[in-house]
Design a protein around this ligand. Sequence first.
Ligand code: MN
Length: 253
Amino acid sequence: MATKKATKRAVKAPAKKAAKAAAKAPAKKAVKKAARKSSAAKRKVSPSSSATQSAPLAAYNAKRDFTRTREPAGKVPKTKGKALHFVIQKHAASHLHYDWRLELDGVMKSWAVPKGPSLDPSVKRLAMEVEDHPISYNTFEGTIPEGEYGGGTVMLWDRGTYEAEDGGGAESLREGYRRGDLKFVMHGKRLCGSWALIRMKRPGRPQWLLIKHDDECADRKKDITETEVTSVVTERTMDQIATGRRVWHSNRS
Ligand code: MN
């Protein structure tokens, strides 16, 4: 017993010393670690750990009350070996943004892009990584009740398929996502050509930059978020979606 206690103390003591030292002169690493810990605790599951440490879409499901929102519950369908889909949803929540979602490994990898996509290769748009969404979210257009997570209006702004730029398929996309250097080609109704998502080295919630590569789909003059203001599926404006019935639209019938 005595030896156990002694061992405990011996283990505890250096930790206390380290904590005191950290409090006196907070090492950058320690502060970063603490910040990560506390923010992860607040969100319960951090976006970066969702793939490895918990069930797929656990973070998505934890944030939503499916008795109150008409968004789909998060489930991972069996893979069918078909083309990978993407969807971009214009979302007027507390702040307007565009949700950029890329299908990978049975979920939609998701980023909130406050200013939306730019076709100008010299423009880098901030893209904040958010929790993975279910593939069934790709047909969601309508309203999320006020007071619920993401409350506001959601428009299907663009959709289609996408692929790895180097032709390496899902494996290449998975590796690009892991490295924070994702290069892909969009085949949408509004967006096309080569794009990149580059992760910035910053602590906390992962922040990426969305960049259009220079190709025939690039355009330095056209502001596509200004010219395209209706649903790519129902042709409704945000106001029409907000005031209309909550309709479930699907093009996969
Ligand atoms: Mn959103």
